[in-house]
Design a protein around this ligand. Sequence first.
Ligand code: 13P
Length: 255
Amino acid sequence: MDKTKRKAVIAGNWKMNKTAGEGKELIEALLPAVVDAGCGVVICPPFTSIPAAVELTKGSRLSVGAQNVHFEKNGAFTGEVSADMLTELGVEYAIVGHSERRQYFGETDESVNLRAKAAVAAGLTAIVCVGESLAQREQGVTMELVRLQTKVALRDVSAEELKKVILAYEPVWAIGTGRTATAEQAEEVCAAIRGVLGELYGQQAAEGVTIQYGGSMNAGNAAELLSKPNVDGGLIGGASLKPADFAEIVKAASA
Ligand code: 13P
């Protein structure tokens, strides 16, 4: 497995944290901390902080992503934001299908697929999240489930469009719990995801796709997780709100 064929990307998912003012302070603290980053670094603040985030990060190592994107171009979809609205602002990435969206807002594999397609069609890089619950892991269906989630999320996504897709393996039981998957567990599932990509697009294309791990990744465990051959980056929640911790994770991915 040749990791040089793909880009390491660390993305911070701020979730519903930080007002616009607080977000500005966080970005100002992050900028000097990641100035030497040797990997892609993305921050995904709430929509309200996006214009300021794009402005503040211009010419820096930081790119800006959204935490969600709707699949229609416009229309009567109260509370939603389209891909064009994001790209016009200078947003480059969008998280799609995060487990919190699936759990609390009724997202399904099908809607995740529609959102991923809309994101890549507009030129965004979609960070597509997959992962099992604790009950599913205990039942032994992790691989089947993650394979299915990956396949459905990528339905009708072309090989060309796949270049604008990142997969994020986020076991639900590890998110915000402090209970990280072991590096072996992360590697096993990330490798399975790459296996599905290989079946769908061929091995060469699959080798070019960045696959992140997410779920209580922090300054202390990032290096070990990222040392695994199929773990190319991280999707970071809690630790992305702490500049020193986030910078440490970025450093681990840059090594
Ligand atoms: P934590 O890093 O807080 O566990 O969150 C992970 C996550 O959900 C990132 O999208």
